[in-house]
Design a protein around this ligand. Sequence first.
Ligand code: GLP
Length: 241
Amino acid sequence: MIVHVFDTPAQVARAAAAVFSAQILKKPDSVLGLATGGTPVDTYKELIKLHQDGILDFSQVTTFNLDEYEGLPTSHPESYVAFMKRNLFDHVNIKQSRLPDGLNKDHQKECAAYDEEIRQAGGVDLQLLGIGNNGHIGFNEPSDHFVYDTNLVDLTPSTIKANRRFFDSEDQVPRKALSMGIGTIMEARSILMIALGEGKAEVVQKMVEGDIDPQVPASILRAHKDVTVLLDRAAASKLSL
Ligand code: GLP
């Protein structure tokens, strides 16, 4: 795990966009794993700028997102489909993008199909991750074990509270989501994690310096051979580096 610390969130976003750019320039038909949440928004803005400036071409790129809420209409502005359209897909020329279908009532079938489609596409070349306050990646919540495949997840009260800011009230935050499993994420050839702000400092410290523990799902990333972590000073403030 390589950890880089930058002075500002803006620098983190530019560094993350640089990693994505290198990937796409090296392999124009890359398969990218994408993430939602507040953290990657500025990275997506940088990628859009690079596309608009004629530097990045996504025309052969395929993307798979980490997760999607269960049962939330795609027309809802906080569905992850809507988020991705607004923040990236509507502004670049990605060939094909896929998110788990949270409206498919046959969750098991949908999750199995999702993992199979990733395999058929050749696997994820570069997976972008944020980290939840409780250490989740995708929506893999703290647990006594790691779940391997894409699956239907019960969101924890702390995640529901954290995502409350995107909805009118806590009641409206979906209670379940379809998420790539830890195994799906770990199969990516390389992983780029970004974390910003003081609120993430404690969990970042646990991820980087604590034990590998399913109670801190992101700690499993230390067992992956190609993980780059980009932090701003605030998110890195509890590291003993
Ligand atoms: C959500 C997403 C995660 C994301 C996390 C952190 O729950 N499922 O993929 O990393 O929240 O979000 P934020 O970047 O807004 O802190």
